[in-house]
Design a protein around this ligand. Structure first.
Ligand SMILES: [Zn+2]
Length: 85
């Protein structure tokens, strides 16, 4: 039973990739708070209601967020980050 549970768990990890290591501008990202090197990536909209009101679409940008898998500190990037592992 435990083995079955583990294989299901492993399958889900593989599917979602799980936390990984990332590079930004060629430099590996480490958590500024706890020095951990594994993160979960996500996207966050930078646009504001004000920008939308004035139709400043150029202001509507999305940022990459890397959330530290250990302490939860969220790192924001306005450029592409590369997953390296
Ligand atoms: Zn951390």
């Amino acid at each position: 039973m435990a083995k079955g549970f583990f294989s299901l768990f492993a399958k889900n990890i593989k599917k979602s990739m799980g936390p990984g290591q990332y590079q930004a501008n060629g430099i590996q990202v480490t958590c500024v708070h706890c020095q951990h090197d594994r993160f979960e990536s996500g996207h966050a909209q930078l646009n504001t209601a004000l920008a939308t009101f004035f139709k400043l679409d150029f202001a509507n940008r999305s940022a990459i967020t890397l959330t530290c898998h250990r302490c939860g500190y969220i790192h924001w990037f306005n450029k592409r980050v590369n997953r390296i592992d």
